[in-house]
Design a protein around this ligand. Sequence first.
Ligand code: SF4
Length: 449
Amino acid sequence: MHPETARALAERWAALPEHVRTPAQTLGRHAVGCEGTHGVFPKCNLTCTPCYHSADANKVRVDGAHTVREVGRQMAYLRERRGPYAHAQLIGGEVSLLAPDDHAAALQVMRDAGRSPMSMTHGDFDPDYLRALVTGPDGALRFDRVSFAAHVDSLMRGRRGAVRPRSEAELNPFRARFVQMFRDLRAETGLRFYLAHNMTVTPANVGQVAETVREVVGMGYSMMSFQPAAHIGDERRWKESYTAVDADAVWAELEKGLGQRIAHEGVEFGDPRCNRLAFGFLAGGRWTPFVDPDSAADRAARDRFFAHWGGLAFSATPPVLLLLKVARVLRHHPGDAVVAVRWAARLVRRAGGVRHLVRAGRAGTLGLMTFEVHSFMDAADVGPAWELMQQGVEADDPRIRATQERLAACTYSMAHPETGQLVPACAQHSVLDPAENAGLRRLLPLTPV
Ligand code: SF4
């Protein structure tokens, strides 16, 4: 394990509230948590209801030099605090409003800091933009692999060709077109990619989640993420009460859409009230979890993984070095090889057997698929909870105390090198964004003076 990873994981575990230190907990064992940028390109050219950005976001100019400089500062701080490897989102407005070269420079700065970047977009950009982003002036690829999360749902207004969508189904061609853009470029240049599909869920569209899952799950995304709406960000964009839709309601729709249980209890990521994650893969339309929470053998294998392998950054380590590291761990824990083989055998059986997997592979229907529900919290709760946390005070009000517990186990942090803080995204959007955007309005006015 990289010593800085070991330190960051140990710090993360030590700071976690007791109630999330479960055997299934990934934070502090295998992951330090996800990271996101803030205040680097607040503007967006679509309107969503709700929108988590502050009311001032569209009064700030997109400025590539500012973006790259601030992303660099934030990533350097995350590298220092969270160790040499983490997933980080390039987020804070609409990323495709950045010029392709500025977008590429921001991704490079993130990679240089050991981050695995993901660009968060509404997906309404053209293939030419993607090509200009991933290829340099000589036409060669500047990145071997890119990650994008496309936020597409019927609560968004202004998408070209679907300015006011009346249903989720109306957006399916746009969802498919987004994946196709990457496939076409892969065929031409060899570019590898990871795509996630994000969808905000409110009472207005929760009844369409099952159908959307059925349509989107085979399109080529590797993750489907749902965000039950919260009262956070721009108040003018709160069109209805969002309290009626929670993680359970969304998960029930997800399972209805797939016609099967989606078992998520085997692995936890932070507080289950914030995150519900199911890691697994699809084969021939059927999803299989990597850890079956009902299997004692799977749970034991997971525990061994966290204990002996948790600190290895599998996807971030060069292949030869990774092989050496694997050999070294096996030398200390030779029994793990047998456990791994038995786990793999159970996994293949659960997924329908070798023949089914081979058939699915040949038909192009075999692939990783993670399902996620991430439930942001209302600003009215986060504001007082965060303020008390700054004073080191535990709230008396049970609702605010629950909010503090979730903030303490946050999996999605934003860096503030100027104050030496890592701030949960909920607190960033609820408390810090308005003042930050007011400052950015002065720094980057729409009309330079
Ligand atoms: S505290 Fe907020 S940003 Fe952090 S994991 Fe929970 S819902 Fe997400």
